[in-house]
Design a protein around this ligand. Structure first.
Ligand SMILES: Nc1ncnc2c1ncn2[C@@H]1O[C@H](COP(=O)(O)OP(=O)(O)O)[C@@H](O)[C@H]1O
Ligand SMILES: [Mg+2]
Length: 317
């Protein structure tokens, strides 16, 4: 039995999802016989951790602070073991621009892209380069902020006129944005979970939006708006390839415990490409990692226990 601080909530835009992930983790920990300290992360985080000195922290935060390495760095400093990836892997996953560069340099297929800091537009006249970019990527172009999740701030620009407003929207979330080739195809996710034999990809999940063509923030978290297929019906070849790519990304970014890699299977070419990696994927009722674990015979409680044990193992190693 351990005294576990569950870190949840926080001030990121994904706060509501984190509260759900956290609550579900707390229920599981209680069923497993652990004692739970529930922490809605805010100004008093360090004070609370110093006062309560938990054996281990279960990080159930998504987005800013919790998934980007900030909280992990503090936990390192305080000497409190914690679940999932360390600061450097969190940074590599959370910064989509960095992640895309690392993947491209490593030869992992990812949609073509150009990335810009806000200063390129404010100080270097980057707007004049947009026609060149539009020629290279072709429409529609996907515009996304470097550091968000849950499809927040992502826009599909159908033509040249739509690019500027999409950029403005993306820059309202982050000072870096990504302009990416649009891949028409199927939305896949492969979670990776560590076990006694090291990191292993779980069954592939396909997210199928019920209405509309985009798997957006609301659709992701409202039960019934998106249907999921797990294992995804994409054939053995694509399944193995997706799992292999996910594992390569997991290792490239230096993740620990678990992570979820999002991919697309392009309809026209049958090629797979990696969109991004999530260092702390959702753990809600509709989230993909728990579904994939379930399909692999690992129930939610067993998943939580495994992740907790890994956190304690790392602190001993
Ligand atoms: N290049 C792209 N082509 C087609 N669809 C995309 C592309 N990038 C993102 N999407 C859609 O947007 C969703 C969210 O994008 P993603 O890069 O995974 O960011 P996040 O999940 O962090 O918001 C994807 O699951 C996919 O449905
Ligand atoms: Mg994603």
């Amino acid at each position: 039995m351990s005294r576990v601080a569950v870190l949840k909530g926080g001030r990121s835009l994904e706060r509501s999802i984190s509260l759900k992930s956290g609550a579900r983790v707390e229920d599981a920990l209680e069923r497993l016989g652990h004692s739970v300290l529930s922490v809605d992360v805010g100004h008093d985080l360090v004070d609370r951790l110093l006062a309560d000195r938990p054996d281990v922290a279960f990080v159930a935060l998504h987005g800013r602070d919790g998934e980007d390495g900030t909280v992990q760095e503090l936990l390192e400093l305080l000497g409190i073991p914690y679940t999932a990836s360390g600061p450097s892997a969190c940074i590599r996953c959370t910064d989509k621009v960095l992640a895309k560069h690392l993947m491209r340099d490593a030869g992992i297929p990812t949609p073509d892209f150009y990335a810009f800091n806000e200063t390129a537009f404010k100080e270097l006249g980057a707007a004049a380069a947009l026609p060149a970019l539009e020629e290279r990527l072709e429409f529609p172009i996907v515009v996304k902020p470097a550091g968000q999740g849950s499809a927040l701030g992502i826009k599909f620009a159908q033509d040249a006129a739509a690019v500027a407003p999409a950029l403005v929207a993306a820059f309202s979330y982050d000072t870096k944005v990504l302009l990416e080739r649009h891949v028409a195809g199927r939305d896949l996710a492969v979670s990776v979970l560590e076990g006694p034999d090291g990191a292993r990809p779980l069954p592939v999940v396909e997210a199928v939006p019920r209405d509309g063509d985009f798997y957006d923030f609301e659709a992701r978290y409202e039960i019934g708006r998106t249907s999921f297929a797990c294992p995804a019906e994409i054939g053995d070849e694509h399944t193995w390839r997706a799992q292999e790519l996910a594992l390569r990304v997991y290792e490239l970014f230096g993740c620990y415990g678990f992570a979820r890699i999002d991919l697309m299977l392009e309809e026209a070419t049958g090629e797979l490409c990696v969109l991004e990696a999530n260092a702390i994927p959702g753990l809600t009722e509709t989230s993909l990692l728990p579904q994939a674990a379930e399909a692999d015979g690992i129930g939610f409680d067993a998943l939580v226990e495994r992740v907790l044990e890994l956190a304690l193992d790392r602190s001993i190693a």
